[in-house]
Design a protein around this ligand. Structure first.
Ligand code: ATP
Length: 263
């Protein structure tokens, strides 16, 4: 089963390290809604993310971003509507859907007492890899995210920027078609932030990216299209530059809609 720090685990029929990476997962969302008691956290979302596309999801606190991610990853069941990842429903077949997803967030717990390579081997094992596939996946990830020089260091002794590289590396061990990055640069200094941006940019086109962020510059740098959620509704959707140039959309992103009677 999945853990918050390593994300979803694969099923045996799905993509795993040792095979060619997927070019990107196709995400389709139709009428997706989720209620908590009387509270409508998501109110019928329709959108599609194309394979290989980098897609931003913005919104103020409480807009529904985490709820959306939890529905896509199968950790929540919709109250209405559906979402599919490569035509697989995370509700009906969570393991197959989760095998296509890698997850990185600001708050991922990385077992500070483990050494980098040991942790990645552990994470790869949780994802169902073993033997030469596991070794290859770990060594590929160390190389891809420039972690070879620190592979024997304890994670807790690394800078936050390097820890986030480890987090990215674990998210790619199983070559996911969809990377979900939830505030991936929160708490990083500007240099560390631009390092994570460079890592994510280098992956563009090879994987579909769903990026949740409060940072407009990050959305501009990393995404092709952007959606804005406001109180559980999709209030803007389009090319990132256009959405972020629209004052009304930005007000909704900040959670402060302007009304006609305001001065
Ligand atoms: P943030 O940027 O602060 O993380 P968000 O956009 O991710 O916010 P969500 O966490 O999806 O927002 O929450 C959307 C709404 O649903 C909020 O009003 C929140 O209080 C509510 N909510 C989320 N999860 C639950 C839950 N398990 N039970 C009750 N209400 C919930």
């Amino acid at each position: 089963m999945s853990t918050p720090e390593t994300g979803p685990t694969p099923d045996s029929s799905s993509n795993s390290a040792g095979r060619e990476p997927l070019s990107g997962a196709h995400v389709v969302v139709r009428g997706l809604a989720r209620q908590f008691g009387d509270h409508h956290a998501l109110k019928g979302i329709d959108l599609e993310i194309q394979p290989g596309e980098s897609f931003g999801l913005l919104g103020a606190n409480g807009a529904g971003k985490t709820t959306f991610i939890r529905l896509v990853t199968g950790f929540l069941v919709p109250s209405a509507g559906e979402v599919t990842v490569d035509a697989i429903s995370p509700t009906d077949n969570p393991r197959a859907a989760q095998a296509r997803i890698g997850f990185v967030s600001e708050s991922a717990r990385l077992y500070p007492e483990l050494r980098v390579r040991g942790y990645l081997k552990f994470a790869a094992g949780i994802r169902g890899l073993s033997g030469t596939s596991l070794t290859r996946a770990v060594d590929d990830a160390l190389g891809r995210f420039d972690l070879s020089d620190v592979r024997t260091r304890r994670i807790g002794n690394l800078s936050k920027g390097f820890q986030q590289r480890v987090s990215l590396a674990q998210a790619f061990l199983h070559q996911p078609g969809l990377l979900i990055a939830d505030e991936p640069t929160g708490g990083l200094d500007p240099l560390q932030r631009s390092d994570v941006h460079a890592q994510l940019k280098s992956l563009r086109g090879q994987h579909t990216l769903l990026l949740c962020t409060h940072d407009l510059d990050e959305a501009r740098a990393l995404t092709d299209r952007t959606a804005i959620l406001y109180q559980g509704q999709l209030v803007a959707l389009g090319p990132t530059e256009e959405v972020l140039a629209d004052g009304q959309s930005l007000d909704l992103f900040r959670g402060h809609p302007q009304t006609d009677d305001q001065p």
